[in-house]
Design a protein around this ligand. Structure first.
Ligand code: NAD
Ligand code: UGA
Length: 465
């Protein structure tokens, strides 16, 4: 088999960038990204590259080079599935919101729907690749749906056969393109050696073969969940220590540095902050808790649940601390919110710590002025879900000028580590904030001494002051 046509179901944060990078390095392969969301597909086809649905450094250059040549975005699932030799399933896998396992288990309805579309339209032999993050053993479900189609068509003598592979994605938002172009590893799980080789050959176009690991389906599916769980666990660990630093007068950055310089521990994911956000850590650990309970491993489930509990606790303690520092009440006080995205260099707000923190501050009676260089107002409206239509009665306003955000506010709360927040002119800002003024820095992004020199009180995560 020689892969000439790839189809990817799901044009989201993973499908879009992943397929763009495959198209960039495999000019001989036609890559078709399909989605049921018409608006998203038309955004991917936007002439104006600033209107792409996803902001990722380096993405627009690839789109400019490959789109319309060997990279296409379409809503036509039938046509693109029919001609594909290899199909990636890259759809969303949210947490169930009702029924059995609600709040913990993964809702596989989009994966199942994609499998049914494949089973209906695929022709000849098709390699189906799980790209979405899935509960261990999901390949069994996909196979069952595809095999049923194989049996049906065998009666009518049309050839239709499938191989299922697991190839989880490890990219992080904000660095998606560099992660895809130079990953730590690529993981492929499966039973069919030939199918595995086809996928290995694609990645080998730009990635050293020693970085491409192959294994069985279940180890591959589970490794993805565990990678996310370990990353999130480090964040919760360092966040517990940030509280201990604040209580004892130790400095979190120095502790992280000293601990991380031990090669056995490593320096990454030791930045304390407002807790992890993003669409995946919470959902994947909740799923790990669910799976562990399902297999009767209650101690395992409780251990991972604590990682989630600490994450919520960190956000709750920040709000309490802000209220306490601001004389016990923030009712009718104005607070500037700097950053709404769940991390820097992305416009993604899914599960952003800013959502919970802003909601809690509003509950306490504060009025918020929210600024983020990449997040649009309608997205914040969607996430906060408060007084959507009536601007006059909203408890917050959107600010598109960083400087104006500070005007007349009592406090400024830094929630995302955008680079531009590191070099603010505190002399000018101190003149327009209401006095006594406060800065609450949950990301250790601002220069503490400079803020203090300009007569502003400052609290920074992990510093006893
Ligand atoms: P997303 O919500 O941005 O995109 C998913 C897309 O799939 C949506 O556009 C949706 O319309 C589409 N879709 C759903 N059902 C469909 C169907 N039946 N046919 C066609 N299209 C359909 O999600 P995402 O962030 O790209 O995540 C996708 C998967 O990748 C998830 O399992 C996630 O856990 C995993 N993942 C995400 C990241 C990340 O950084 N976002 C990183 C690694 C892995
Ligand atoms: C994460 C993983 O890093 C990816 O490997 C994985 O593919 C992806 O989830 C996924 O499966 O979706 P992502 O959520 O995009 O990627 O971003 P991260 O850089 O991991 O950050 C997640 C959250 O943790 C952010 O809110 C970030 O601010 C926070 N974080 C990260 C910290 O608070 N401290 C740190 O030291 C690192």
């Amino acid at each position: 088999m020689n892969i000439k046509n790839i189809c990817c179901i799901g044009a989201g944060y993973v499908g879009g960038p992943t397929m763009s990078v495959i198209a960039k390095f495999c000019p001989d392969i036609q890559v078709n990204v399909v989605d049921i969301n018409h608006k998203r597909i038309s955004q991917w086809n936007e002439k104006n590259l600033s209107d792409l649905p996803i902001y990722e450094p380096g993405l627009r250059e690839i789109i400019e080079k490959c789109r319309g040549k060997n990279l296409h975005f379409s809503t036509d699932l039938k046509k693109n599935i029919e001609k594909a030799d290899m199909i990636f399933i890259s759809v969303n896998t949210p947490t169930k919101i009702r029924g059995i396992g609600s709040g913990q288990a993964i809702d596989l309805k989009y994966v199942e729907a994609s499998s049914r579309e494949i089973s209906k339209y695929a022709r000849g032999h098709t390699i189906v690749v799980e790209k979405s993050t899935l509960p261990v053993k999901t390949a069994q479900t996909i196979k069952a749906i595809l095999d049923a189609a194989t049996e049906d068509v065998n009666k009518s003598k049309i050839t239709k056969t499938f191989s299922v592979l697991s190839n989880p994605e490890f990219l992080a938002e904000g660095t998606a393109i560099s992660d895809l172009e130079n990953p730590d590893r690529v993981l492929i799980g499966g039973e069919d050696k030939e199918a595995i080789n086809e996928l290995v050959n694609i990645y080998s176009k730009w990635i050293d073969k020693v970085k491409v690991l192959t294994t069985d389906l279940w180890s591959s599916e589970l490794s993805k969940l565990i990678s996310n769980a370990f990353l999130a666990q480090r964040i919760s660990s360092i966040n517990t220590i940030s509280a201990l630093c604040e209580a004892t007068g130790a400095r979190i950055k120095d502790v992280s540095l000293a601990v991380g310089m031990d090669r056995r521990i490593g320096k990454y994911f030791l930045n304390s902050g407002p807790g992890f956000g993003g669409s995946c850590f919470k959902k994947d650990i909740s799923n790990l808790v669910y799976i562990s309970n399902h297999y009767g491993l209650f101690e395992v489930a409780n251990y991972w649940q604590k990682v989630l509990d600490i994450n919520s606790w960190q956000q709750k303690r920040f709000v309490e601390l802000i209220v306490k520092k601001m004389f016990g009440t923030i009712s009718s006080k104005k607070i500037a919110i700097l950053g709404f995205a769940f991390k820097a260099n992305t416009n993604d707000t899914r599960e952003s710590p800013a959502i919970n923190i802003c909601k809690k501050l509003i509950e306490e009676g504060a009025f918020l002025k929210i600024y983020d260089p990449k997040v649009k107002e309608h997205q914040i409206i969607k996430e906060l879900g408060l007084n959507e239509n009536n601007k006059e009665h909203r408890d917050w306003e959107y600010s598109n000028s960083i400087h104006k955000t500070f005007k007349d506010v009592d406090a400024a709360l830094f929630l995302t580590e955008w680079c531009e927040f590191a070099s603010l002119n505190w002399r000018d800002i101190s003149k327009i904030m209401r006095k006594p003024s406060w800065v609450f820095d949950t990301r250790s992004i601002v220069d503490m001494d400079l803020v203090k020199e300009n007569g502003i009180n400052i609290w920074q995560v992990g510093y006893g002051n």
